[in-house]
Design a protein around this ligand. Structure first.
Ligand code: URA
Length: 240
């Protein structure tokens, strides 16, 4: 059973407080009868809700692919900087959204934003070893020795040993762009791994999480809704 106001706000673009206002105003019917009680409980499987005559339906949770631009923070709130939630288009906004994982302020690329805590927990669980792929532009050349060190598990400057990672040199990059695959998520991990090899990351972009790839047609700063089925690609091939 779900509260009427939560049901409406979690399936549309109304915030919880706007849903409450509309319910109190008499704009909402439950099984054909006007219901003015936001706290009224309903069964999402069987009960029928209409808002100004339009059926309220759809999925309980939302999954958004954002092509994160540099300059915005992976947080829900920030005192000074814009957040990844601030830049979402109005039609994708709703209460309870948060980024599932984080990219540094200057990192671009694939970020999932959702209101599904269970899903985010599953995706971020260190036990799941979900692979994340990054394109890293560097200030200097990648050497064969560095590729071996990534494979063996880089020891960071503070002594922490990382799990084995893949490093490939991107074609036509004069050896100074790497495609990195890691399956953990330490703070500033990719930058620190290269720093341990004496290289500086000058641009970083995430291109995949598990088997979910950044849509090449999605401009930087744009977002699109994914289905639960699309998002489950993250776990394809994984035991979970
Ligand atoms: N590794 C980093 O150093 N930064 C990111 O944003 C993601 C991974």
């Amino acid at each position: 059973m779900e509260r009427l106001d939560k049901f409406i706000s979690s399936r549309g673009t109304l915030s919880r407080s706007d849903a409450q206002k509309r319910i109190r105003r008499g704009d909402v019917t439950l099984n054909g009868e006007v219901c003015r009680s936001p706290e009224k409980k309903l069964d999402p499987e069987t009960d029928r809700v209409e808002l100004s005559g339009q059926a309220v339906c759809g999925d309980e949770h939302i999954y958004i692919m954002l092509n994160k631009p540099a300059g915005v923070v992976s947080a829900t709130r920030d005192n000074t900087a814009k957040t990844v939630i601030d830049i979402l288009p109005p039609e994708l906004r709703r209460d309870g959204l948060f980024p599932a994982g984080r990219l540094d302020k200057d990192t671009e690329g694939l970020l999932i934003i959702t209101d599904d805590g269970d899903f985010a927990h599953r995706m971020l669980s260190p036990k799941k070893h979900v692979e994340k792929q990054y394109v890293a532009e560097l200030d200097s050349e990648i050497t064969p020795d560095m590729i071996k060190r990534f494979e063996a598990g880089i020891v960071l400057e503070n002594g922490t040993r990382c799990m084995p990672a893949k490093l490939k040199i991107a074609e036509n990059s004069q050896n100074s762009t790497g495609i990195v695959t890691i399956c953990e998520g330490k703070f500033h991990q990719v930058k620190k791994m290269f720093a341990a090899c004496g290289l500086k990351v000058v641009h970083l972009q995430r291109i995949s999480v598990g088997n979910l790839y950044l849509d090449g047609n999605l401009p930087i700063g744009s977002a699109k809704k994914l289905t639960k089925l699309e998002i489950e690609a993250i776990f394809v091939g994984k035991i979970h």
